[in-house]
Design a protein around this ligand. Sequence first.
Ligand code: ZN
Ligand code: ZN
Ligand code: FE
Length: 770
Amino acid sequence: MNLKQYEIEIRGLVQGVGFRPYVYKLANEMNLKGYVNNDSRGVNVFLEASVSDKDQFVKRLYAEKPDVAEIAAINVQESEMNLSTETFYIAPSKELQADVTRVSPDIAVCEKCMHDFQHQEHRVSYPFINCTHCGPRFTIIKSIPYDRPSTTMNEFKMCEICESEYTDPSDRRFHAQPVACNHCGPSYKAIWQGKEIRNYIEIVTIAREMLRKGAIVALKGTGGFNLLCDAQNEASVQKLRELKHRYVKPFAVMYESVRKVKENQVLDSKEETVLTSWRRPIVVLKEKRKLSESINGKLNTIGVMLPYLPIHYDLFRYGGPECLVVTSANRPGEPMLVSNTQARNYLDPLIDLYIEHNRDIHNRVDDSVVRIINEESQLLRRARGYTPEPYDLTTSVEGGLAFGAEITGMFAIGKEHQIILSQYIGDLTHMESVTAYKETMERLIALFRFKPEYMITDKHPQYESTRMGNEMAEKMNLPVYRVQHHHAHAVSAMVEFQLNEACLAITWDGTGFGDDGRIWGGELLRCDRTHYERVGHLPYVPMPGGDKAAKEPWRMALSYVVSLLGKDYDLPCAFVERIGKEKIGTMKRIMESGINQTETSSAGRLFDAVSSLLGLCDINTFQAEAAMKLEHTGSIDDALEAYQINDSNPWDLVPVLDGILSDINKNTATSCIAKRFHLTCAEMIAAALIKESSESGIRNVILTGGVFQNKLLTEILISRLQKEDLNVYYQTKIPCNDGGIPVGQLAAIAAYREKNKSNTQKICMNYQLQ
Ligand code: ZN
Ligand code: ZN
Ligand code: FE
């Protein structure tokens, strides 16, 4: 047989997911010689084989890959290298300076490990059990390539048994970097009634008992500390709310199994797939029966997840609670606690049982949140199980550092043709989130060996992220670009769907700094990656009291009625009763004076206004509360009739508002009005898109911005647009809320720089700073 030598490069999510052992097994099964190793770009195989064996090998590489692995490319080259080996082996990792590979996100404990958890002698009840296909990854990694010494597992020396598994190619834990057992690995420690407890069985037994009695338990998890309590115990949930200073915002809950979820909530097959995937995000489900009002108020949706750590499973066993509230543990307004010292000092005095472990969390990661909209899973919060998977581009984004927006603090770095989006960090209007943001940025820059060449910020001059971008650019003497907020939203969708041509983008969201200095957020853009034209928008109305108007929907309700229908128009009696004549009078005078009120075309504010007029929410206690309540109310009615719409730009809201108010006067059911409002928005958007498309010939339509987290609106709109000759793109992998902004910023500027390569002096008003 004529043997040849091949070098095979495998790129993609291939590190930290058991890929080398997989290759090793495959090669041995096929009786091939050579070796496999990691470098910082991915996995390399050196193979001695016949042409047909090589082809077969590559085919099987794709076909039989581990579940979690994602192969982006396999490049095969014939090699001159003369290797004399009689075996196939795993060679040590090679360092490559600047390149980057995909670091795996954290993976929920797998079924086989949960089996070993009960049967494998040295791992019976060992809560840090993992294998090449599961366990912590991103949260413990400090540098690449992914090998034990570059993780926080470096502290733990493998015992002889673990080491033999680690080096045994036939073992499930062969080269599993966090491998550990009862003899050698990390362990939990609890503090209960002033005593330290180190025995795991004792810890979970006490935890179950305490939870059943209504206690709050702090538990160090994958990406930080969580607080847990019995979800069916009203008093405990209230206690937890007080502890967190989080009085209304819904909590997510954890059930032991899919069966339990199905018994209690509505779960379709698509939702089940996401819920049970190795990523284990929180999935927003429709409620079947109310668990407790203190969990999600009157909303009919609830965030649900399944256990992803062995200890989670143990909390449900032997008569433990049926359902747990699981929320991040943090001081109010701060990011999730990760350090033992900080957590112990803060939490121990406040709670009933405190559980930590001695493996450091290097990268803090919250739970991710997913919602199924129109049969697709929309990623609403990108964190555990998703970060740091990159997004692929066809052009280079090397050196770009994008600072994102504000309330959803996130950033992105550009490596070659990939954008690495950070995990969700927190609200940058809080100083502590800013600190966490900076720390996360330093860590990801180090991890991915990133060298910034240019910075990109939002156009909003007052965003903390803008300030940080400017500061860093100045310090490093690098250029800084600005991208308009809604253009960034649109481009983030173009990245997801690899659109390079012109698009029509509906960008409906809360707040974005417009080119005219006013607050945008209800736009129709005609755009490509480097240019945009605002061809439609919602009418401008004042925001009385400035930023306060975004927190207090009643102000927007008043503003809409006064600006569109006149100051003498009759407000709904119930509204006047709730807010008070005096307050309304004062606000009207403020509006007349024009003091302290920017104008806005934001769709988020429109939803706020309608929510308040209907008496659903006058003051937002958390972001988008009023809009969520409006969606909820609309989704329980099957009304089919929209209010009147007119063909105009700005969109004409007069008949809509007039219709809503006269419906309120006629005592029409609130749910019916809410539904009709959603239908009207969909009709308005559809009409504008159809008109613009026929005039411009552009068929690609993007729906983006935080408003499209609204399942009711999005599904009505998509089904409406399906009747038209349009290609409708709705984001699934890149958040349509401000979490996607850094991706759009980076891709827009990379495209702009590519275009203007030959003329770096040329200044494009849209992008270049001063
Ligand atoms: Zn496993
Ligand atoms: Zn061991
Ligand atoms: Fe936005």
